[in-house]
Design a protein around this ligand. Structure first.
Ligand SMILES: NC(=O)C1=CN([C@@H]2O[C@H](COP(=O)(O)OP(=O)(O)OC[C@H]3O[C@@H](n4cnc5c(N)ncnc54)[C@H](O)[C@@H]3O)[C@@H](O)[C@H]2O)[C@H](O)CC1
Ligand SMILES: [K+]
Length: 478
């Protein structure tokens, strides 16, 4: 499990935020937090907009309470402010207190008022959103010229990032303590606009009590081994790759990715197809012997099976690897071989499907990628890396990392083969499967960001070493 120090990477769900708030009400008190939250919203707005006519749309819960506070601070700063309540806060609640402290202008919750304002603040629903907002609410939000959300847009599910209804895009969202998964996952990420996360002094024990299980991927959440004077190739780790005869390119890309990210030795198990690989990179070792014999070498613990393999080639290799209890990363052809029977993959350590491969294996994931990937990981007892613009990396024990450290530059053929090679190197370096997968995805993303405009997939390799060095340096700083 990530440790207490990893709370800085946590992405608490709205339900966990409820738990956090309950814990906070026993210590610091919700009113104090609400005051800081509303103040942070007012500050973020003052830093980005010139004084203008603001309308604050306030719902009945604490999100609305934050809105009343923001209205009060903006008015105090000399801005022209009106509040439009959707419904009054419950008597005695912190939001009720915040509403009472706001003594400025009140107007109707109506589209024409939103249209007249220069800036509309959405404090209708936040973490408490539990069903699609009514069409009247969406009509008022949609009438705004410029929208800022407090915590979350009132149309976005904070757990999944799904849009509960079709609604407007926001210029900015100001959240508190930590971002929520819905701020990171699409389409929520896009709807939110610029994301600001304000520190409102939430005691760490409250965040800990919330028990987050979703993390933002980054160095510090995991540690990649650094170079050491005692290194030798077996200590750095051996990556073995099952190669096919039909599509050698995929295998070669995976091998290059594994080498460029720091594997001590990469060997290609090519059988009768060895000739196709022998004239490739000179640093590669090509084996033409039978897999069964190669598996007698105990130093060859980590195997990559799938890139460039046909289904018969997978059938001839994967069951043998599993029977010999190797650490196996299954990708591409290996996922196709399993078809719609993912149990055939039981025993592998990591699978790396894109959404199409995931759907063939487990069925369509629907709106909740995290829940679908969690179920899949539990079903086969392996780490699932669901690849996408935001990749979801799930351990069978329920830990989830969301990776937004990536670039559209990675959306090119062969990029997945490179990624598989990088993750295999992390496994060969001795990292546990979830950590290895998280690290591999981050390094691959970093290489994509460094590779400039429209890189070909081979260009990623030149940046993987620097990406690894950066991950090591960042993890030390944290
Ligand atoms: N976590 C923090 O650091 C702090 C967060 N704060 C803010 O508190 C809100 C969450 O407040 P909560 O009262 O739990 O929920 P909401 O205000 O989002 O709404 C609850 C209210 O609305 C009803 N409801 C939900 N969905 C709908 C709908 N579609 N239609 C009608 N009614 C709906 C629901 O039943 C409740 O009655 C968080 O977002 C932050 O902004 C605090 O300020 C303290 C610190
Ligand atoms: K909101």
């Amino acid at each position: 499990m990530p440790m207490k120090s990893d709370l800085r990477f946590s992405l608490p769900t709205p339900a966990q935020c409820g738990e956090m708030d309950r814990k906070a009400s026993e210590t610091i008190g919700i009113s104090a937090l609400m005051d800081r939250a509303g103040w942070a919203v007012a500050q973020a707005i003052r830093a980005r907009f010139a004084p203008c006519r603001v309308l604050v749309l306030c719902g009945p819960g604490n999100n609305g309470g934050d809105g009343y506070v923001a209205a009060r601070y903006l008015e105090r700063a000399g801005w022209s402010v009106q509040v439009a309540p959707l419904a009054p806060p419950r008597e005695g609640s912190a939001a009720f207190g915040a509403a009472a402290q706001y003594r400025g202008r009140i107007t109707d919750f109506a589209p024409e008022n939103a249209r007249r304002a220069d800036l509309v603040i959405d404090a209708v629903f936040g973490a408490g959103l539990d069903r699609p907002p009514a069409p009247e609410v969406v009509a008022v939000l949609s009438a705004a010229r410029t929208l800022v959300a407090i915590d979350l847009p009132s149309t976005v599910n904070g757990t999944t990032g799904a849009a509960l209804v079709e609604g407007p895009d926001y210029r900015m969202s100001v959240t508190f303590v930590r971002p929520k998964p819905g701020h990171i996952l699409y389409p929520g990420r896009e709807i939110c606009g610029e994301l600001i996360c304000a520190d409102i002094g939430m005691p760490e024990v409250c965040l800990e009590a919330a028990g987050p299980t979703i993390w933002l991927n980054g160095p510090g959440l995991w540690h990649v081994p650094a170079m050491s004077p005692e290194d030798h190739k077996y200590r750095r780790g051996v990556v073995s790759i099952c190669a096919g005869q039909v599509m050698p390119g995929a295998t070669r890309l995976a091998a290059a990715g594994a080498r460029a990210s720091g594997a001590g030795l990469v060997r290609i198990s090519a059988g009768e197809g060895a000739a196709a690989y022998c004239l490739g990179a000179p640093g590669l070792v090509i084996d033409d012997g039978p897999l069964k014999t190669l598996l007698e070498d105990e130093r060859r613990r980590v195997w990559l099976c799938g890139p460039g393999l046909t289904e018969p080639e997978v059938a001839a290799s994967l069951p043998l690897l599993l029977a010999s209890e190797r650490i196996v990363l299954a990708d591409a052809g290996a996922l196709g071989w399993a078809g719609s029977e993912p149990e055939k993959l039981r025993g592998v350590s990591v699978i790396t499907p894109h959404i199409g491969e995931f759907t063939r294996l487990f069925g369509a994931p629907g709106d909740d990628l995290v829940a679908a990937a969690r179920e899949a990981a539990q079903r086969i007892g392996a780490v699932v890396v669901l690849k996408g613009a935001v990749s979801v990396i799930v351990s069978p024990d329920g830990r989830v990392a969301l990776n937004d450290h990536a670039s559209p530059a990675l959306a090119t053929a062969g990029s997945g083969d490179t990624l598989a090679g990088v993750i295999a190197t992390m496994l060969a370096a001795g990292m546990a499967p979830w950590e290895a997968a998280c690290a591999g995805v981050w390094l691959h993303g970093e290489a994509g960001m460094r590779a400039g405009n429209w890189p070909i997939v081979e260009a990623l390799d030149a940046h993987l070493g620097d990406a690894r060095a950066k991950a090591i340096a960042l993890a030390c700083e944290i």
